[in-house]
Design a protein around this ligand. Structure first.
Ligand code: FDA
Length: 491
């Protein structure tokens, strides 16, 4: 069994396959983040990015790329760092690279979607089963925990969230606590200076040295404990095609930490699970179809990609947001019930280490626009048809919330963080979803039609939107699909 990628879909597949007694090989293009650098730390923090921050870039590409309109990105050595941004014309897609995929870099927000919206997005999936069995299974295995509300009220590191909550409530919006996979007990001890700081030391998008239950500590550790898991790191899958003697020939490029090719390898696998993430899986499948290696893949492969309606925005005001801010968000503004523009906005930290009076938000909106991946024969690359105007519904929905908050608070938008005089961070996403949509590009369990033994198990199955931060949905759907595949195809 070969699994391409070690993010949520790949980790779930690996655990359940190995538990079923099946030898499983994960091929992961990123590194295993276990060895400390010369500073004694595995990951660098947000304030001092070095090569470990970005995947094979010579300059950082931060989500907030400006301060007072001045670019803040720094030159870094080219290295197989943990965070990647892939640019497709109008959008930069942020993704994790390494054993654990996006779980290494994300904010840990672990949100089960509203049931009615899940049913709208994935109508072919039995939601009774999802909400009684697979969401609870995913939450338990991910190690999801809740913040102690009493501690939240007094913690210095959540001053930024409390003031944003106060401004949201004053304008008539509801807020809700958001569960996380960062251990809130550990964070409490960080605040009390009892343990080394991570979330409270500006660590988040380039990895956390402590406190976070990323997949390498949960699903993948449990899979490894079976003795049936092998992981090849710095190995990138470049091709999958039927092998002459049966099964699939998988071509792999082994990299060194500067991105150079060390070796090209071909292995044969009976079955291949695509878990390279929405972008990685879509790119591979669209290329294989166009190059005649998997010519029978349906036309729906490559379709239905969305950014989960992501848009970033910040407010300026005189509210003290605090010099010490936890890298892990704990609150969201919930205006999803507004039919004219549903929004779930995470109250995001700006952990710069000094008071900057910035209220930052990552809004998740119900943006209906979808893009398509296509193979470009002249460049040999895969393009994505997302254009800048496609973010407008997200901006319109977010404006309904933040115009009202600003009006009531007498505050204004910051226009200096996403470029000179630019209010909206509308050219980036943390939540790529779709490209190989369940029950359209695959059957109702992720099987690719026409190719027995090829499966998709990651975020590419979800058609562009979950209405909340997506990894719990990706994990629960993978749990559902792999259970069916093991019992129906592998028993
Ligand atoms: P995922 O991207 O996790 O894993 C894919 C893996 O495949 C990667 O490890 C990649 O290196 C590897 N790969 C790709 N191509 C390959 C190839 N050709 N060969 C071999 N390996 C290959 N979500 C959430 O719910 N709460 C949150 O708080 C956040 N916050 C957040 C912050 C930031 C900065 C980012 C970038 C993302 C988030 N997310 C998030 C999103 C979340 O992390 C994301 O939805 C999931 O990681 C997607 O899971 P997948 O299993 O689809 O792929």
């Amino acid at each position: 069994m070969l699994v391409i990628g070690s993010g949520y879909g790949g980790a779930v597949a690996a655990l359940r396959l190995t538990q079923a007694g099946i030898q499983t090989h994960i091929v992961e293009m990123g590194q295993s983040w276990t060895t400390p650098g010369s500073d004694g730390k595995v990951f660098c923090d947000m304030l001092n990015p070095d090569g470990r921050s970005f995947w094979l870039k010579t300059k950082t590409d931060q989500p907030v790329g400006y301060f007072l309109g001045i670019p803040v990105n720094k030159t870094i050595p080219k290295y197989t760092g943990v965070l990647d941004t892939e640019s497709f014309g109008a959008i930069r897609v942020y993704q994790g690279r390494g054993v654990g995929g996006g779980s290494l870099v994300n904010g840990g927000m672990a949100v089960t979607p509203r049931r009615s919206y899940f049913e709208e997005v994935l109508p072919s999936v039995d939601s009774d089963e999802m909400y009684s069995k697979y969401f609870p299974r995913a939450n338990a295995a991910l190690g999801v925990n809740n913040i102690d509300p009493a501690w939240f009220e007094t913690a210095d590191c959540y001053q930024f969230a409390r003031v944003s909550r106060m401004r949201a409530h004053n304008a008539g919006f509801a807020t809700t606590f958001v569960p996380n996979v960062y251990d809130f007990d550990y964070m409490r001890r960080e605040a009390a200076q009892e343990v080394p700081r991570s979330a409270l030391a500006s660590e988040v998008i380039y990895g956390n040295n402590h406190g976070k239950k990323s997949l390498d500590k949960t699903y993948l550790a449990a899979a490894a404990a079976t003795g049936r898991l092998r992981i090849s790191t710095l190995h990138m899958v470049t091709s999958v095609a039927p092998a002459s003697g049966g099964g699939y020939a998988v071509e792999i490029r082994q990299l060194d930490t500067s991105g150079s090719t060390v070796a090209n390898k071909t292995v044969t696998a009976d079955r291949v699970f695509f878990a390279a993430g929405s972008v990685g899986t879509s790119k591979l499948l669209v290329s294989m179809r166009a190059q005649g290696k998997l010519p029978a893949l349906p036309s729906a492969v490559g379709e239905g990609w969305g950014n989960n309606g992501n848009v970033m925005v910040a407010r300026a005001g005189l509210d003290l947001t605090g010099a010490l801010q936890s890298g892990m968000p704990a609150l969201g503004i919930d205006n999803w019930a507004d039919p004219a523009g549903p929004v779930f906005a995470e109250i995001a930290p700006f952990p710069a280490g000094s008071e900057l009076w910035i209220n930052l938000y990552l809004a998740i909106t119900k943006n209906p626009n979808r893009a398509r991946f296509t193979f470009n024969a002249s460049t040999g690359k895969v393009d994505l048809s997302w254009t800048s105007g496609m973010a407008q519904p997200s901006i319109d929905a977010a404006k309904r919330v933040f115009d009202a908050i600003n009006k009531k608070a007498g505050t204004v938008y910051r226009t200096d963080l996403f470029g000179g005089y630019k209010t909206w961070g509308d050219d980036l996403t943390y939540h790529p979803l779709g490209g190989c949509v369940l029950n359209q590009a695959t059957d109702n369990y992720g099987r690719l039609p026409g190719y027995r033994g090829l499966y998709v198990v990651d975020g590419s199955l979800i058609p562009g939107s979950t209405g909340v931060n997506p990894f719990v949905t990706i994990t629960a759907l993978a749990e559902r699909n792999i259970e069916e595949i093991i019992s129906a195809d592998l028993a």
